[in-house]
Design a protein around this ligand. Structure first.
Ligand SMILES: *[C@@H]1O[C@H](CO)[C@@H](O)[C@H](O)[C@H]1NC(C)=O
Length: 182
């Protein structure tokens, strides 16, 4: 109980995501984006701590191209404490065709769009996804490493990490997602 309370207090102080000072760092996203190649199932290997996924393991994302060019998103996970599976559905779209690596995603449970920026992907093994929101004097960042294989080689994960390192995004803050006890 004390640990839970402590964790909640810490959350209250640092916020749910990884905070930074100043505005969002400048990053470049992929210059071309092939939604069809990106579609299908991905396994989350690493993430910045987010409250939305607190205690989540076996996290997957399934992207399906809709006829109108938007992308149906189904994120699934298993609660590490209760073993209960859950799913959340959303819709993603490229906001500006000139910047095809920058998507906005809206989940049914949320009234606002989140950003989903693809820093790098080879479509076949990894994707490096990042999101940042500037606040007044600070920013809050999300980051995810997705892979096609549930338990990929370290080489694949390192390739994705390189995409973050390139922009000075701190990969030491990544948590490993449990994809073993699924
Ligand atoms: C992904 O979602 C689509 C559409 O909802 C579904 O047809 C497909 O079976 C799903 N794929 C996986 C691997 O779950």
């Amino acid at each position: 109980m004390f640990r839970v309370t402590l964790a909640l207090c810490l959350l209250g102080i640092v916020g749910a995501q990884v905070p930074g000072i100043g505005s969002c760092p400048n990053v470049e996203t992929i210059s071309t984006f092939d939604v069809e190649k990106y579609a299908g199932k991905w396994y989350e290997q690493n993430r910045y701590f987010t409250i939305f996924e607190l205690g989540g393991k076996c996290v997957t994302a399934n992207y399906t191209l809709n006829d109108d060019g938007t992308v149906k998103v189904v994120n699934a996970q298993v609660n590490s404490f209760t073993e209960n599976p859950s799913e959340i559905e959303g819709l993603a779209r490229v906001v500006d065709a000139k910047d095809p690596g920058k998507l906005a995603v809206r989940f049914s449970s949320s009234p606002v769009d989140g950003s989903y920026w693809i820093l790098d992907t080879d479509y076949e093994s990894y994707s490096a996804v990042w999101s940042c929101q500037s606040l007044l004097f600070a920013n809050t960042q999300f980051a995810w490493i997705l892979t096609r294989e549930q338990n990929p080689s370290e080489t694949v994960v390192e390739k994705a990490k390189d995409a973050f390192r390139k922009y000075g995004i701190i990969v030491n803050l990544f948590e490993k997602t449990d994809q073993v006890n699924c």
